[in-house]
Design a protein around this ligand. Structure first.
Ligand SMILES: [Zn+2]
Length: 417
């Protein structure tokens, strides 16, 4: 391990992360939903810091904050450094917020040293990544990449407030959403620093990881129809217990995912009917979430899981119905960005751990739009979406140093073609 660079921007970033966590919709915990009062406060807070850094921030029609730090000549294509400032309920301080303030810290450090680059840097704070409030996620980054789905404006939150109405209350002009889209000719690349949200870096004893791809995902809703009956009178051989079938299926999902490199499979919701202590469960429904680092592996894994589930249903004399829900292709990180980030980490004396992202991120919105990449930072216990989320100032400093090394060495010519 090498020494710490102790960048002035690191201490400031860590202080800002503490302060930003105070802009919350729920006193005593951090909950900052898209277009909420806390989001409005956070916009003012973050725009103030952008201005302090010498930038001229603007708020766009979906509530993203953005500002450019010009390169050697004004108007050069920009490297976007971004993440999100919305949170889940009872969140940690670093998910999203870290990536935004790290982008700002990179610019502050360059300005402090009087450096300019052969490209511009655009720092963006997306307003909606988590998708907690409305039935859409990543609307901020999608708008920037020209992929905002206008039909989402009619989606409503739990109180029945549509996204369109919430935007109007927030002071945003929905008619201007289309104009947010950047021209890909003016975007050099997209990078995002994010906490890992998993235990890989901690286990490897390394602060930083280079993301290879954002996982390919497919979700299903499963329904099993068995036969309800009296828990005392139906002998075991005559049963068609839907919950016992589900149990065997869940273990099959676990076994198959375990046997495939990089694949993860999760049953996170399960319900049994009629739900009585003395009744054999006749109906069960459960969720199924399957992910893999690329689409081929995901498709192959999904096929194996579905075949195994069908076989279990057949063997047990129950009917299995599967409906396919959310699906997203893998978003591959650009090889030149992966290489540049890995070299930056190596240059600091650390080992760049290559790892896929099992979670979705704003970076996905830029797949096919511009070269994109992600840097993961070790977080304590791999815990996220939880107030226990934790990073060290030393690791944050290493992350900033790596990002600075990356931007200083980034050759725009390598990202074209
Ligand atoms: Zn996040």
């Amino acid at each position: 391990m090498t020494s710490i660079s102790n960048l002035p921007a690191t201490a400031r970033m860590m202080e800002r992360l503490e302060k930003l966590a105070l802009d919350t919709d729920e006193p005593g915990k951090l909950t900052r939903l898209y277009l909420s009062t806390a989001h409005r406060k956070a916009v003012d807070t973050v725009m103030g810091w952008f201005s302090e850094a010498g930038l001229t921030p603007s708020l766009d029609a979906v509530g993203n904050i953005s500002a450019r730090f010009e390169g050697k000549t004004p108007g050069l294509p920009a490297l976007i450094i971004a993440s999100h400032i919305d949170t889940v309920r009872d969140a940690g301080k670093y998910d999203g917020n870290l990536g935004v303030l790290a982008g700002l810290a990179v610019v502050e450090e360059l300005r402090r040293l009087g450096e300019t680059l052969p490209f511009a840097i655009e720092v963006i704070a997306f307003g909606d990544e988590e998708g907690v409030r409305f039935p859409i996620t990543m609307s901020g980054s999608r708008a920037v990449a020209g992929r905002f789905n206008m039909a989402a404006l009619d989606g409503a939150d739990a109180q029945g407030i549509t996204m369109r109405a919430a935007m109007e209350t927030f002071g945003l002009d929905t008619a201007a959403i289309g104009a947010i889209a950047r021209d890909p000719k003016h975007v050099l690349a997209y990078i995002e620093l994010h906490i890992e949200q998993g235990p890989v870096l901690e286990a490897a004893n390394q602060p930083l990881g280079v993301v290879t791809a954002i996982a390919s995902i497919q979700r299903f809703a499963a329904t099993i129809k068995g036969e309800a009956g009296h828990a005392g009178t139906v002998p075991m051989p005559y049963r068609h217990d839907a919950l016992a079938a589900a149990a065997e299926m869940i273990l099959a999902v676990e076994r198959i995912a375990n046997g495939r490199k990089g694949m993860v499979g999760t049953v996170g919701i399960i319900g049994a009917q009629p739900g009585a202590v003395n009744v054999i469960p006749g109906d069960v429904n459960f969720s199924l979430d399957l992910r893999a680092p690329n689409d081929e592996d995901r498709n192959a894994g999904v096929a194996e899981v579905l075949a195994a589930l069908e076989a279990i249903a057949k063997k047990r004399g129950v009917t299995l119905t599967l409906s396919s829900g959310y699906e997203d292709k893998a978003a591959l990180c650009h090889p030149a960005i992966q290489q540049g980030l890995a070299e930056a980490i190596t240059g600091l004396g650390f080992e760049p751990i290559a790892l896929p992202s099992g979670a979705g991120h704003d970076a996905m919105s830029f797949e096919g739009f511009c070269p994109m990449g992600m840097l993961f930072l070790r977080c304590k216990g791999g815990i996220s979406h939880n107030p226990a989320e934790s990073i060290t100032p030393e690791d944050a400093d290493i992350a900033l140093a790596a990002m600075l090394a990356f931007v200083r060495k980034l050759d725009p010519a390598k990202l074209r073609g």
